[in-house]
Design a protein. Structure first.
Length: 239
């Protein structure tokens, strides 16, 4: 607006300074949120003057071009990236083309249906929040969350895990043996190891899956993929 007032005082333009303020507001909003059409509609509706639409569109186009040359992401996306929030884009990245589900999963500790206390404590030291439950040479029987494993640690009387109440005095007979099968999800989401990575990505991004077991065609357990691990894979393959 100050530039518009100066140009008007110097006789370079007949436009009032408020027009420059409107264009500047639209340009700032577009650069901040990386929204083009929405910024034009919001500003034009606020001033209730459709005659300003062309000049506002020009200002938004210039702002967007400058923003793309400086910033890779918009403000909201940058906040999500820096805070490492579990957010996935609607579409799979191009870097996933040619990858399979087995390429995305990482090794993790598998717990038996009835695990020793020391095994559970060692598993809780890992950074993942999901743990496969399986026999030594058998298929994956289910998935136990970090919250569920913590509820089995002796010293707590009643815990609520996924709407299941456990009375530890009745469930735990031996303090060193914990019934993982009582708190696991017995119907985990399972995919084969050669499933294309973009298709697996869509199941997490659009269907809201939190974790999936990766198996062979014969049902042999290959690994576990959680939402957090998928986000880490997106960041790794996108570099």
């Amino acid at each position: 607006r100050s530039v518009g007032a100066m140009c008007h005082a110097m006789g370079l333009t007949e436009s009032v300074s408020g027009v420059y303020a409107v264009v500047g507001s639209a340009a700032m909003l577009c650069g901040f949120k990386q929204m083009t059409l929405a910024s034009v509609l919001i500003v034009v509706e606020c001033v209730n003057d459709l005659n300003l639409a062309p000049i506002v569109m020009l200002g938004v186009a210039v702002s967007m071009a400058v923003n793309w040359s400086i910033n890779q992401r918009g403000h909201d996306e940058e906040v999500i990236h820096r805070k490492q929030l579990p957010f996935l884009e609607p579409e799979a990245p191009q870097s996933f083309d040619g990858l399979a589900a087995l390429d995305l999963c990482t090794p993790c500790s598998a717990l038996p249906p009835e695990a020793q206390l020391q095994q559970v404590l060692q598993a809780l030291e890992e950074s993942t929040d999901y743990f496969p439950v399986k026999e030594t040479d058998g298929p994956c029987l289910g998935i136990a969350t970090r919250q569920a494993l913590r509820s089995l640690i002796p010293g707590r009387t009643v815990e609520q895990v996924d709407h299941v109440y456990l009375d530890m005095a009745d469930v735990v007979v031996d303090a060193d043996v914990l019934p993982i099968h009582r708190v696991m999800d017995p119907t985990p989401f399972t995919v084969v190891e050669d499933m294309p990575a973009p298709r697996l990505y869509n199941l997490f991004a659009k269907a809201g899956e939190r974790a999936a077991c990766i198996t062979s065609i014969r049902g042999d357990f290959r690994g576990l993929l959680s939402r957090e691990q998928l986000i880490a894979s997106v960041n790794e393959f996108s570099k």
